[in-house]
Ligand binder design. Sequence first.
Ligand SMILES: [Zn+2]
Length: 263
Amino acid sequence: MNGGLLTALADLVLPRTCAGCGTPGAVLCPRCAALLARPRVAAPRRFPWDFPPTVAAGAYSGPVRPAVIAFKERGRAELARPLGTALALAVAAVTAAVPAPRAPVLLVPVPSSPAALRARGRDHVRELTARAVAELRAAGVPAAQARLLRRRGRVRDSAGLTAAQRRANLAGTFLRSGAVPPGALLVVVDDVVTSGATVTEAAATLAADRARGDAPVLAAVVAATPRTVRNATSPGDLRVVPRRSENVPERPLDRLSGRFRRD
Ligand SMILES: [Zn+2]
């Protein structure tokens, strides 16, 4: 039996409600889906050093929160479609900031911890990534999923930790696995950005052996904790936070630091 038929049968027996607002009907009603069609630059309260240029499809607030939690923690896998579409939009927005026409776009999912995978029984970030890749390809973007990161060792659950504690907790969390095709745009993808620690660590792991002149590692997420960016000239500005200069050799990220504008 194919997935479409199963979905159709489930529609007959299971009442459907919007995961965001509870309105009967679609898994995500048009009003809630529209909240994830507003790409914006993710702006953590404190930018971690090396926070990659990151775009979110919407704010992690209001009905978006329960929708993401329903997908992630409550097993509502059918939300992969609308949330994956939102992720594709964020990927398209962040890659538009980098002048690399027709470069292959590799979506690198942030790997969940083994404990989280066991608890959920699935890898929701990979599900989102697969859906986003399908959407991007349908739109003519040469996108693919590249599982270039894996987890190293054991990491504490980050719930209840401060941003700095999260960063320390994550330091050395990821290992790169597999070769990065030269010239590809790398986009770390995850469900949500809050402190920014996870995407920063993931992007740093991927950036460690990029060649000079390569585009910076980017990041895209479904939703980001909303913040007001002070001193930004427009919401379309993408900032790369440079590393402290005293102890870091020049790298592509430094040369490219400053601002990327969406055209
Ligand atoms: Zn809704």
